[in-house]
Unconditional design. Structure first.
Length: 284
């Protein structure tokens, strides 16, 4: 699914999809850009609950501010990980001076026992990196090829940026996890099918290796996790288990109640939650 923001940044959304709702606890995958910045990306204060957000940039810089007091500029090679828990609000503003803007925004569903934890924010600028013939890897979340990131997770999970040189590759992965490969750039064939940029190829759990063939140097996001056994209800920026939980979060945000906190930024203003649909929301 392709979307365009009000600041003309093209976004490709691969999850959730009608045929694929989650990969492990990964429940939302957006690939944005690459876009030449004629104006900054501006996302005013908005809420989250019941999830984690992971921001990873290939190009550009973003200033993050949130209701737990974080003020952090993220650049390529660093991870911003925000655990919303029972509720947090934040804003994002791309920094002038960077010509191009390109990255991924990922969400992770929290398990039911962690839905009501206090929110917190992590900025991680020291990440495990793997350099082998024909392969470069940066581990954002979880473990890959024996190297583990420091990011906080609540279910078995992994996220890796891979740069693969032309040739056939066998990527070692955990057999208990299902996986998805999203093509960021380059030319890649999986199971006889040439991938399109921003497309995602899904692998069921049970595989010890993922086989890919690269014709042109490729950047790939590899996401994995043990199958998430809980049904989730995801609406707007909230994840819960019942319609009532979502309706309460929406109401509390629009009334600017204390649950989601507050903060000051250069943007000013806030984004109200839209109207709920005229149906009873059900988990999937």
């Amino acid at each position: 699914m392709k979307l365009t923001t009000r600041t003309s940044i093209e976004i490709s959304r691969t999850i959730p999809h009608a045929r694929l709702k989650t990969i492990g606890a990964w429940c939302f995958v957006d690939h944005f850009g690459p876009t030449e910045q004629s104006e900054p990306m501006v996302v005013a204060a908005h809420p989250h609950s019941g999830l984690q957000t992971v921001t990873w940039l290939f190009e550009g810089r973003i200033e993050h501010r949130d209701s737990v007091g974080s003020v952090q500029v993220i650049t390529p090679g660093q991870v911003n990980l925000m655990t919303a828990g029972k509720g947090i609000s934040h804003s994002e503003l791309s920094i002038e001076g960077a010509k191009w803007f390109h990255g991924v925004q990922l969400w992770v569903a929290l398990p039911e026992e962690s839905l009501d934890i206090d929110p917190f924010f992590e900025h991680i600028d020291q990440l495990p990196r793997i350099l082998m013939e024909g392969l470069r890897a940066t581990v954002l979340v979880g473990e890959f090829m024996g190297r583990a990131a420091n990011a906080t997770t609540f279910t078995p999970l992994m996220g890796v940026e891979l740069v693969l040189e032309p040739g056939a590759h066998k990527l070692p992965v955990g057999v208990a996890m299902e996986h998805g490969l999203m093509l960021v750039a380059g030319d890649v064939t999986v199971a006889g099918h040439r991938m399109e940029t921003s497309s995602l190829h899904y692998f069921e759990a049970g595989k010890a290796e993922l086989e890919v063939t690269v014709s042109k140097t490729a950047t790939i996001m590899l996401l994995g996790g043990e199958p998430f056994q809980e049904k989730i209800l995801m609406w707007w920026n909230f994840i819960g288990r019942t319609h009532e939980e979502i309706a309460l979060a929406r109401s509390q945000w629009n009334k600017r109640e204390a649950r989601f906190g507050s903060f000051e930024d250069q943007i000013g203003g806030w984004i109200p939650a839209p109207d709920l649909p005229n149906i009873h929301l059900k988990p999937r």
